[in-house]
Design a protein around this ligand. Structure first.
Ligand code: ADP
Ligand code: MG
Length: 384
């Protein structure tokens, strides 16, 4: 990827990038809709990254290009930071980082040439957005010589996405891209937030099956689930569901609407499953981890009702395939992607079988992506 970036940079800007940074995409491993309930989540940084090359310009012009987007977007650094629309809207990600730097009092570079290159598929549920935010942030910081600790970097990326791009994502995406480590999962206690890594036995593989389906009412469904969880917490008598135990839920069952009960059942159990997965991982017991992934999916299907026939089919098919420890929907649900944790015994042919079966049933193929764990965001080439 790095060579591709440098070649593109030279071709477009006619010089070398002085600074290169990269940040990985991520997988939501387990912890479904736990984040806004104050709970924990486990994610994995993958071995695919967004790479950003940067060279400072002295004329106060900011030129943005991406190997996956047409043209060059040139803006005056002295002008206002405004959201762009249409074909240029991808620039909102690095612009959002610049706006977040300004808002938090961190020195941002004036003029520069900027190029992004990536092997994280866009919009496939692997968070290319967090990857471009963190790689951009590291490049911008290096350009001015400003330093920033990991947690602030992660929060800067989230702020860019929440406030400038306008996507209300939790801390998972940026947290995992920032704290990722090869052969490890990232544990996030969303209430702190507090970040940690948990060893993942070597030889663990991830397979993503992106259905490209999206429920038309997805934004409304997200808001409804959020609202139902908060209603459940209120009736149970806690601020957030992370403070409710299965016993408290049982005691409040008669007072809760059926819907609120179902949502709380999922969230409270899911929080338990994340803890269970951490213990099983520490014991090197991938069999038990896999069972928790499957239980997570069933809970999403039954209690949280954020699965769909496509995701259920993928998970059921994967469960029956050799080399699969477990599988579940990954991300918000209501369409999107399913992921499987596998041994090396699950290979290209196995992925093809799943894809063929899906094609026969739904008339289109899922996008199949094989990934392993990778390291978190890093500066690759510094200017000093
Ligand atoms: P996801 O984060 O799941 O990949 P999002 O819709 O949140 O999906 O973010 C994808 C968007 O991020 C793209 O549409 C694009 O605007 C931006 N983006 C990500 N990577 C790149 C890249 N390498 N070059 C340009 N834009 C990118
Ligand atoms: Mg995203």
């Amino acid at each position: 990827m790095m060579e591709k970036l440098v070649t593109r940079f030279r071709a477009v800007f006619g010089r070398e990038p002085d600074i290169i940074a990269r940040a990985p995409g991520r997988i939501e491993f387990i912890g479904n809709h736990t984040d806004y309930n104050g709970g924990p989540v486990l994610g994995a940084a993958i071995d695919r990254s967004v790479w950003v090359g940067l060279s400072v310009r002295t004329d106060g012009v900011r030129r943005f290009a991406s190997e996956v987007k047409p043209g060059v977007v040139a803006l005056e650094a002295s002008g206002p930071l405004e959201r762009l629309s249409g074909q240029k809207s991808w620039v909102n990600y690095p612009l959002g980082v610049l706006a977040a730097m300004r808002d938090t009092g961190v020195l941002a570079p004036a003029g520069f040439d900027y190029m992004a290159a990536s092997d994280v598929p866009l919009g496939a549920g692997l968070s290319s957005s967090a990857a471009i935010e963190l790689s951009s942030a590291l490049a911008f910081l290096e350009a001015t010589g400003a330093s920033m600790d990991r947690e602030s970097l992660v929060k800067l990326g989230r702020k860019a996405e929440n406030e400038f791009v306008g996507v209300p994502c939790g801390i998972l995406d940026q947290g995992v891209s920032g704290y990722g480590r090869k052969d490890h999962l990232v544990f996030i206690d969303c209430r702190g937030p507090r970040f940690d890594t948990v060893p993942l036995p070597a030889g663990s593989n991830f397979w993503i099956f992106n259905t490209h389906t999206k429920h038309a009412l997805i934004d409304g469904l997200y808001a409804a689930r959020h609202q139902e969880c908060m209603e459940a917490a209120k009736v149970i008598g806690v601020t957030l569901l992370v403070d409710a135990t299965p016993e408290m839920l049982a005691a409040a069952e008669q007072k809760l609407s059926r819907t609120a009960f179902k949502r709380a059942r999922h969230v409270i159990d899911e929080i338990g499953r994340v803890s269970g997965a951490v213990s099983a991982l520490r014991a090197g017991d991938l069999g038990s981890v896999g069972k928790l992934l499957l239980a997570s999916h069933r809970s999403s299907r039954t209690w949280f009702e954020n699965s769909c026939p496509e995701l259920d089919f993928l998970v059921d098919s994967l469960e029956a395939e050799a080399g699969v420890y477990g599988a579940r929907l990954t991300g918000g649900g209501f369409g999107g992607a399913a992921m499987a944790l596998t041994s090396e015994a699950f290979g290209e042919e196995s992925g093809q079988r799943i894809s063929d079966a899906y094609l026969a049933k739904f008339g289109s193929r899922p996008e199949v992506i094989h990934a392993r764990t990778g390291d978190g965001a890093a500066l690759v080439k510094g200017s000093r």
